[in-house]
Design a protein around this ligand. Sequence first.
Ligand SMILES: [Zn+2]
Length: 310
Amino acid sequence: MTEKIDYVYLTSAPHSGSTLIACLLAAHPMVSTVGEFSSPFSPSEKCSCGSRYGDCNFWADWKQQAADAGIAFDPGKQALKLAPEPGSLTDSFYYYQFSKRAVARIRDTLFKRMFPLKTKTFSRRLRTSVDLAGILCGREKTRIFLDTSKNPFQIRFLRDCPNINLKVIFLVRDGRAVMNSLLSKETIYTPQSAAETWRWCNKTGQGICDTYVPEKNLFHLKLEALCDNPGDTLAQLGDFLELDGVPDLDFNSDYHIVGNYMRHTFDGIIRPHDEKWRQHLSRENLDIFNRIGGRMNREFGYMAKGEGTS
Ligand SMILES: [Zn+2]
């Protein structure tokens, strides 16, 4: 249908800065993105361009072009629920992240044979995402589609999709900052579940990247490095994406991003990372985080050896 594109998938825990990355790269002339492509949204919600999604010409045109190509596309209903159902043994087997690469691949082969319908359904949904990405890149004359949907399980299906070169950005942020952000901006989290969510997302993302993504197609990105040293970090990201040096970002473009509130407020300025968690997280909550995520946070280099182990 279209030329082969680079499908760049960003995986991370929530509140790790994925919307910032989407806003930054949306401004690059070689990149097409709508941020969290597979997150659901309602036509009455506001797109980052200021219109409601249901009134935004960008989405209407994309839908029409998809229809012309024989693809049913209902913006906002692209949601993919790739996650284990609580209590389902089948799902536990299917989504379990084995530490050994070979074991994970044997599981994948077994599962394809045992549950062909389920596997085909997921594969078809991801291929539709890839086809839609190709249509958008063709329309915008770009060669890179950035999808910041975050859920690492999509990588297992995207890697089998034809007509793309899959690249993965593995984005991390200090778990204490993520915990603080989840507790202050989302009502569904307890200190325990916030810390567990951060650890689970990163552990799963890391395992899936190790198992399925060749090193040359994987970019490890720390939000703090981008915020504190944007020039060098964007240059490295530009190299990874083969953008010929430092991305030349056009912040005057209008974007059509799905993501958090930042999609409405981004002004093109990357600010140094803050450490509000130092004032806001109680000693008790820090202890909870250290117990659940301390070891991983140290492995990522956010805490000194021995810090948080009292
Ligand atoms: Zn829009």
